[in-house]
Design a protein around this ligand. Structure first.
Ligand code: AKG
Length: 275
């Protein structure tokens, strides 16, 4: 089922993103935040660095978000009915920390081709201008991939600090979301976010990305799950859904998936960053 209205689809086509879309209840976002905080307390460092990725492979709570029907209905409107979950990343910005995300295009280093994929950014806390919500350069998805400077700034939450320069900041649009809402963005839209100046955490759970089954990974192997439809292309490694938090088997699988993801993200890089 496709759920985006013609108006929402037009926003996606014209601007390269669509928001806000309500997908989770207050209770669900509370449970998700608690899951993060349980992991941080019981298994310190598990979610640091590379550990930000593929959390849905070790947590049934995050697994459930990836397979959420409201999210999938919206995603289907954009990429069609054969959908894979290709990866997830937690973007957490804590108060009194300097984390930011430089302006970039997701498609630049991720190796997913063709661009029949979309990224879902799910707000687990509110995201607003004060706590560093994403900012979109609307319409930039219609242009080619741009040159990215590789800056490796230690506060940049991107692997290589990849940065598109000369973005017209005053024209960018903030993606303000309430906890439980999401935005969907195009592989080529230029976007970034500033530091969190609030007194609480800003937490985004990002499914990056939902891909059509026709999308290949040209730089390595991704660990995917079928979310909807069928996968007749079989380009990727299919893995089981998580049933128990931090099961030994899942932790090992996630480690392997993250090592391979790191090889993809740093393909051709001169240096390895923090993430
Ligand atoms: O969470 C952020 O501020 C940026 C996330 C991002 O760049 C992405 O989801 O592609």
């Amino acid at each position: 089922m496709s759920s985006l209205t013609p108006k929402q689809l037009k926003q996606y086509e014209d601007e390269g993103y669509v928001s806000p879309i309500k997908v989770l209840s207050k209770n669900e976002t509370k449970e998700i935040r608690e899951e993060i905080e349980i992991i941080e307390k019981k298994w310190p460092n598990e979610l640091d660095g590379l550990g930000r990725n593929y959390i849905h492979l070790i947590s049934p709570v995050f697994d459930k978000v990836c397979h959420n029907l409201k999210i999938l209905d919206a995603v289907e409107s954009i990429i069609g009915k054969n959908i894979l979950i290709c990866g997830t990343t937690l973007f957490v910005k804590n108060p009194n920390e300097e984390g930011f995300v430089s302006f970039h295009q997701d498609a630049k280093y991720i190796g997913l081709e063709p661009y029949n994929w979309v990224t879902a950014w799910v707000a687990i806390t509110d995201a607003n201008k004060k706590n560093g919500c994403m900012k979109m350069w609307a319409g930039s998805h219609k242009e080619d991939l741009k040159y990215h400077n590789q800056k490796f700034d230690e506060n940049n939450l991107l692997t290589r600090g990849q940065t598109v320069e000369n973005v017209p900041i005053s024209e960018t649009k903030p993606v303000v979301l309430k906890a439980g809402q999401m935005s969907l963005h195009h592989p080529k839209i230029v976007h970034g976010s500033e530091i969190n100046k609030s007194k609480d955490r800003r937490i985004g759970f990002v499914i990056q990305s939902y891909i059509g089954t026709n999308v290949d990974q040209v730089l390595g192997k991704m660990y995917v799950q079928l979310a909807r439809g069928e996968d007749s292309f079989k380009y990727h490694k299919h893995v089981k859904r998580s049933l128990n938090l931090m099961s030994e088997k899942d932790v090992l699988l996630r480690k392997k998936a993250n090592e391979e993801l790191s090889n993809i993200f740093y393909n051709g890089a001169k240096k390895i960053g923090k993430f």
